[in-house]
Design a protein around this ligand. Structure first.
Ligand code: GLU
Length: 475
């Protein structure tokens, strides 16, 4: 069985790059009836926090991901990592290094001066057992280094192909620090092995770690997992996506009113060739169609406009009821609507959802429904509110009053007739009406809005606007 894992470090929010890595692992595991496990890599105690662990898990859940076992916390496995380092020492695949930080820093300086890459010179590599024991007995601190013998390590990657690394570029690297703590390379290999991970799918920023990890697998005689390094996500300027470009965390996208399924869909397509013209895929479809072989080997550019487009598509496909429930989560409206109002809100939501780009946008576009305008769009006010329109608005009220069947077609009929009577264009009535009813200059169809608000509410709002216009004159 193929076992996939996602191994975030809880040193920040879940970045969308991390989210995409998690999604690709999850989709592969679900498609292959494999396993998807989570490992929280919290070994950097200064930078890791529970707050971030919670946020990462909640962002993953929000995206609709689930995992097959309780998450593993890497920090709890430190003894196991040390045990393996000791095993490597015992079989002489690793050695004690007593070089002091000052000595190493000096060598680093020399390398810098000579403009060469700093590599550990192997000074402690061939110490005799008794020399080592003497130093340990004397209490001299030591780190543990892996003995590297190869000249080259080849990483076979499903996306990037074969990538060869020269071992001399990094040399005998440390696996246990002099304070006794394991380094990331060791912890990852031991954990992936113990968790029976067969597929390591992670960001391309980890590619340079992979040769070291392969050397560890070989030294331990463990089978090497398959590696997939996902090309990076870049901003529009082709630089690595970062805060400079705007929102980067899943939480931020959620707060901006993106739907989880839309973000999921968008991230799936980021760097994937689907071979299909369609871009909207349900999760079930993605599970069926997903294949890591189709991941592009060039970096992907994050395009928020495209995400907005996709989000709007997902919003337009949701039911009015779902959208109203979602929008409740984004605002602090406390009053429960009466049944009749609920019906009207749903009617309006059906119209609003066709234009809304995010849930926050949807909510704003719905706002006028819940309370009559407290202020009017400034430009609209200048253009549409004057003594003529005030008189015309009064006439609209008079004409609407006798309508029994308060449906859009009837309302439209009455208003257009009135415009004809007044020998003005219907727009001359519609624009001030829209401003009076919604406070804004753009909205769904005005006849629908009048019908949805109902006769008495529409009447009340128009009267308010008339009063407002009178006050404008007095000022
Ligand atoms: N903890 C690493 C990170 O958050 C991932 C390590 C891995 O996937 O091997 O970048």
């Amino acid at each position: 069985m193929n076992v996939y894992r996602f191994a975030p470090s809880p040193t920040g929010f879940l970045h969308i790059g991390g989210a995409r890595t998690a999604i690709f692992n999850w989709l592969s595991a679900r498609k292959e009836n494999g396993k998807f496990i989570l490992r929280i890599e919290d070994t950097d105690r200064n930078r890791s926090s529970d707050k971030y662990t919670k946020q990462i898990l909640s962002s993953l859940k929000w995206l609709g991901l689930d995992w097959d076992e309780n998450p593993v916390f890497q920090s709890e496995r430190e003894n196991r990592h040390i045990e393996i380092a000791n095993k490597l020492l015992k079989c002489k695949k690793a050695y004690h290094c007593f070089c002091t930080p000052e000595e190493l820093a000096e060598n680093r300086k020399i390398a810098e001066k000579n403009k060469t890459e700093y590599i550990y010179d192997g000074k402690c590599r061939n110490l005799t057992d008794s020399a080592v024991q003497q130093k340990i007995d004397a209490g001299i601190p030591y780190s543990v280094r892996l003995k590297t013998d190869h000249t080259n390590v080849q990483v076979t990657d499903k996306v990037l192909g074969n990538v060869t690394f020269a071992v001399k570029e990094f040399g005998d690297f440390i696996i246990l620090r002099s304070n006794g703590t394991p380094v990331y390379q060791l912890a990852v290999v031991v954990d992936d092995h113990d968790m029976c991970v067969t597929e390591v799918v992670r960001g391309a920023d980890h590619l340079s770690n992979t040769p070291k990890q392969i050397l560890l697998y070989e030294a331990l005689g463990w089978s090497i997992p398959n590696f997939v390094h996902l090309p990076l996500i870049l901003g529009p300027d082709k630089k690595r996506l970062s805060k400079r470009h705007g929102s980067t965390s899943v939480e931020e996208f959620r707060d901006k009113g993106y739907l989880p399924d839309a973000l999921f869909n968008y991230l799936c397509l980021l760097g994937l060739s689907t071979g299909s013209d369609s871009e909207i895929f349900s999760k079930d479809n993605l599970i069926k169609e997903f294949n890591l072989d189709n991941v592009n080997n060039s970096n992907a550019v994050f395009d928020e406009k495209k995400l907005i487009w996709m989000n709007a598509k997902y919003i337009s496909q949701k039911s009015a009821e779902e959208l109203l429930n979602l929008s409740k989560e984004y605002n602090a409206r406390e009053n429960e609507l009466e049944d009749i109002q609920k019906h009207s809100a749903q009617q309006l939501a059906e119209l609003v959802k066709l234009r809304a780009e995010t849930i926050v946008d949807f909510d704003q576009r719905m706002n006028f429904f819940y309370s009559s305008p407290q202020q009017f769009n400034e430009k609209g006010e200048k253009k549409y509110f004057n003594q003529d329109t005030s008189a015309q608005l009064q006439l609209v009220c008079d004409k609407l009053d006798p309508i029994d069947d308060f449906i859009p077609a009837m309302i439209e009929h009455v208003i257009r007739n009135l415009a004809d009577e007044l020998q003005i264009s219907a727009g001359n009535l519609i624009h001030p009406l829209r401003l009076a009813l919604t406070g804004d200059i753009a909205s769904p169809g005005i006849f629908e809005i009048i019908s949805i608000l109902g006769k008495s509410e529409a009447n009340k709002r128009i009267k308010n606007a008339i009063e407002y216009i009178h006050k404008l004159k007095l000022e």
